[in-house]
Structure formats: structure tokens, C-alpha cells
Ligand binder design. Structure first.
Ligand code: ADP
Length: 478
């Protein structure tokens, strides 16, 4: 029998009358019935988080740390089950899903340790007899709205940092990935986190706007599309801190001094991992004339070896896309490029024999030009566009020409070029001779249309803290 999921609010599992179906993108089958939460459920969850905050904010950081470590241990113990849930609900391969769960467990342990390292400063005053304490306090009740592409990590970064800081949180995950967040909250319940500290409200449609527009929040953390981020930023009900991690149309520059095989391996990895459905996926590639043919041939050969199928099959490299709408966008971008004169070197269409699953073949489109959709908008699918350049300044200008500012990639063995590109690329992350911009203990975030605020690392925790100045007159003047 298909499972009916529940919300986790104030330490209890609760149902809603109305539900909707969650589907497996590999075969379009129904895998769960999901609560259609709305304002009523969000109100109860925010109230529970408010009540819990009054206590949790004063809980000793070492105790908060113990809770986070315990959750991380539960997540790791249930790794295989959580990974299977991810693959079944959004399609990524089981190997990648297992990696995601492992990184989630590490995030709990990382922020458990960071929780105990939050401290302020003693600041000298310009008048004798006074001292100033600058202390850090938790922001309060956090709303977190997350997408389906990293259904656990993107919840986890927010939840771990918020709970470590002494905040409480209400999480609204994507309607396309509800099963794995439920398992995460089972881990949270098993680890004994006090009721109301972390709450889960599932839903489509009404649930997101109800949370994003709730006056009871002190902070909102969002990861998702730029379009939804814009709507949320316009509709927040009162002044409050926001963290927005939005889309990227991420560029890669391969210079005349690049290690071309390494650049090919990097493009094959960061262009096609998670079926290209990553905010920091390589979307558009600018390659110097002198190495263009070698690069395109090599990338084509690498992509030809990728196997497509159900992500639960451990031999598969490319699973289904998470949604049918995502496949439609990819098709539109590839068709647009071809109509404007680009060449499909490999792939270029849906995988008919795997219907009704949402499959699109991994695709390399060469000889692109800047006005093509593939070179100017986020494709968010298993496709990269490649174009040649002759002057590095032009490549930099093209890389910076969109509203995207999340991540950029460079391959060069020339020190001068590496520093120049690191400085001039207008992105929150620049990865040089590697394609892994997001690591746990360094700040990760975008600029321009890709959002603001950071997650990961110490800076990710700071987003859940606010400053307080306590100025004390102690009298003696000495
Ligand atoms: P993606 O398709 O990448 O998941 P979306 O921006 O559509 O990106 O969705 C990200 C999250 O935002 C999901 O949890 C979704 O339910 C939620 N969401 C969508 N529209 C709104 C909205 N208007 N207000 C608040 N949340 C929303």
C-alpha cells in the first residue's frame, strides 16, 4: 500500500485531510501521498517553534551540540534508506544520493562543533569607566523553504546552522521531494531533539507562500529558482533577514593554457552530475580557439560513455530528470540552439524507450553563440553549450554577462590567468582547475540574480545570529 506521509509539528506526527501524489520520475508511478498543508498547519508549526525558542535559545551550546551529533549519527545509521528515498522521489543515482546523505550527516557534526564556538568580543570604549560587550544571540524562529535537487542537504544546511545557533525552525521542502525529509525528521525525533525546535510542514501550492508570508518568522532562508526568490523577496510581510540561494547559469572558461583532459573531466562531472540539476552546474563553456576542437571532441567522447536509466541501478550514470516540466525546458533550450545554428555533438532528445520516465539524453551542443537560451538562461538539465573565443577578455565579459552570480569555473595552468580570472569573475564562487566550489567549511552563496547570504562554514552559522551590544558603566574609570 502506498504510504501517506505526515507533518512533524511540535514533536508529533500529524495528518491533513487533503493529500497529493508524489511520483517516481523513473516510471511515473505514485510513491506516496503527501499532506496538502496550508495556512492552518503553518500557523501551528510557527507557534510551536516560537514556544520552543523561548527555551532553546538558552540551552547550553554544548547540549545543542550533543543533539546535533546524535542526529548526525542517526542519519548515518539510516544512510541506505535515506538514499533510496532520494533516488526514488527525484531520480538522482543511488551513488550520488548516498553521497548526499553522507554529507548531510557531516553537516550535523560540523555545526555541532560550530555551536560551541560562537562567542562575542569585549570592545574598548573611548570614555573611561565603560566596557562594551558585543555578544551574539540567535535570530529567532526561522522559516526554511527548499527545492528538490538536494532534498536533504539543502534542508540540512539551514536546519543544522539554525539549531546550532539556538534558533528554532519550520521547514517546507519541495512538493517533489517529501519522502526523504520525513525520514530525516524521523532521525530528529529518534535523537530526542526537544519538541518544536524543528518542524516539518509538507505541501504544494499554499504551504510555501503561507510560510514565506508568515509574520511570526524572524528569518527566512530560501533555496530555489530565481523567479520564486523574486516573488518571496517582494512579499515578505515585514523587515527580516533573508538568505536567498537562487539559480545560476554557471560558466566555465577553458583557456589556451589549460590542461585540456582535466577540463574535459571537470565539465563532464559538473555539467552532468545530478542530471545537470544543480544550481552550480556548468551550463555554458567558453573555450579558447586553440584547444576548442580537442575539448569538444573529448567532452563528446566522455558524455557518450554515460549510461542512462533508473538511478536505483548502480551501473547508471544519469537518472531521470525530477520533473516533466524540467524536460520541457531542456528540449526548448536545445531546439533553440539548433534553430540558431548550433551543432548537437551527442544526445539531443528525450529517451523514448524509457518513457513514461522523465529522461533526456546527456547532450553536448557545440558552436553556440551568446544569444542562444542555452548560453544565457539556466537549463537545469543534462546539457552543456560550448562556444569558442579568441580573446580572454571577451570570455570574461561573456561569463559575467548574465544576471547569474553563483559559481564559475576556470581551467588554466597559467598563474597569472588563474589570479586574473579569480579576481574578475563576478561570482560568489570561483573554482580554478577543479569543479567542487561548495565545501562544508567555506562560505557558499551567490550574488546578483543568484541571491545573497551564505550557507556552509562559520559564515553560514552567522546568518542565524544577531549582534547585541551591552555597554556597562563600571564606575571607577580605571
Ligand atoms: P525548484 O523548481 O528549483 O524546486 P521553486 O522555486 O519552484 O524551485 O521551488 C522551491 C521551493 O519554493 C519549493 O519548496 C516550492 O514549493 C516553494 N515555492 C514555490 N513557489 C513559492 C512561493 N510563491 N512562495 C513560497 N514558496 C514557494
Amino acid at each position: 500500500m502506498t504510504e501517506t506521509l505526515k507533518n512533524y509539528i511540535d514533536g508529533r506526527w500529524t495528518s491533513t485531510e487533503a493529500t497529493f501524489d508524489a511520483r517516481n520520475p523513473a516510471d511515473d508511478s505514485v510513491i506516496a501521498h503527501v499532506p496538502s498543508s496550508g495556512t492552518a498547519e503553518v500557523d501551528v508549526a510557527v507557534a510551536a517553534a516560537r514556544t520552543a525558542f523561548a527555551q532553546w535559545r538558552h540551552v547550553n551550546p554544548s547540549v545543542r551540540a550533543r543533539h546535533l551529533h546524535a542526529i548526525g549519527d542517526r542519519v548515518k545509521a539510516r544512510e541506505a534508506e535515506l538514499a533510496r528515498a532520494i533516488t526514488t522521489e527525484m531520480g538522482k543515482t543511488i551513488g550520488e544520493a548516498t553521497g548526499e546523505v553522507d554529507k548531510l550527516a557531516k553537516a550535523f557534526h560540523f555545526y555541532a562543533e560550530e555551536a560551541t564556538r560562537v562567542h562575542g568580543e569585549v570592545i574598548p570604549n573611548d570614555v573611561d569607566g565603560f566596557t562594551s560587550l558585543a555578544v551574539l544571540e540567535p535570530v529567532g524562529v526561522v522559516g526554511a523553504i527548499t527545492p528538490w535537487n538536494y532534498p536533504l542537504e539543502l534542508v540540512g544546511w539551514k536546519l543544522c546552522a539554525a539549531v546550532a545557533a539556538g534558533c528554532t525552525i519550520v521547514v517546507k521542502p519541495s512538493q517533489y521531494a517529501s519522502v526523504s525529509p520525513v525520514l530525516l525528521f524521523e532521525c530528529i525525533a529518534e535523537a530526542g531533539l526537544p519538541a518544536g525546535v524543528a518542524n516539518l510542514v509538507l505541501g504544494a501550492g499554499a504551504a510555501g507562500p503561507a510560510l514565506a508570508g508568515h509574520r511570526g518568522l524572524d528569518k527566512l532562508a530560501f533555496t530555489g529558482s530565481t523567479a520564486t526568490g523574486d516573488i518571496i523577496a517582494r512579499n515578505v510581510p515585514r523587515a527580516m533577514p533573508l538568505t536567498m540561494e537562487l539559480g545560476g547559469t554557471c560558466p566555465m572558461i577553458v583557456t589556451d593554457k589549460a590542461d585540456v583532459p582535466a577540463a574535459i573531466a571537470g565539465a563532464a562531472r559538473r555539467g552532468f552530475r545530478n542530471v545537470g540539476q544543480i544550481c552550480i552546474a556548468i551550463n555554458r563553456i567558453y573555450v579558447h580557439d586553440s584547444v576548442y576542437e580537442e575539448f569538444v571532441d573529448g567532452l563528446t567522447a566522455a558524455v557518450e560513455t554515460l549510461t542512462v536509466g533508473d538511478g536505483l541501478d548502480a551501473s547508471v550514470d544519469i537518472g531521470p530528470m525530477a520533473t516533466q516540466a524540467g524536460v520541457d525546458v531542456v528540449e526548448q533550450h536545445v531546439d533553440d540552439a539548433v534553430a540558431r545554428g548550433a551543432t548537437v555533438r551527442v544526445g539531443g532528445g528525450r529517451v523514448a524507450e524509457l518513457a513514461p520516465g522523465y529522461f533526456y539524453a546527456p547532450t553536448v551542443v557545440a558552436d553556440c553563440t551568446p544569444e542562444m537560451l542555452i548560453m544565457s538562461e539556466e537549463t537545469f538539465g543534462p546539457v552543456v553549450g560550448v562556444m569558442a573565443y579568441s580573446d580572454l577578455a571577451d570570455a570574461i565579459a561573456l561569463a559575467n554577462s548574465t544576471d547569474s552570480g553563483l559559481a564559475s569555473y576556470v581551467y588554466t595552468r597559467d598563474l597569472e590567468q588563474a589570479h586574473e580570472l579569480g579576481r574578475l569573475l563576478d561570482y560568489g564562487n570561483v573554482a580554478v582547475n577543479n569543479v567542487d566550489a561548495g565545501i562544508m567549511n567555506a562560505p557558499y552563496g551567490g550574488r546578483k540574480g543568484s541571491g545573497f547570504g551564505v550557507e556552509h562554514g562559520k559564515a553560514g552559522l552567522e546568518g542565524y545570529l544577531e549582534h547585541k551590544h551591552i555597554r556597562i558603566r563600571y564606575g571607577s574609570g580605571r
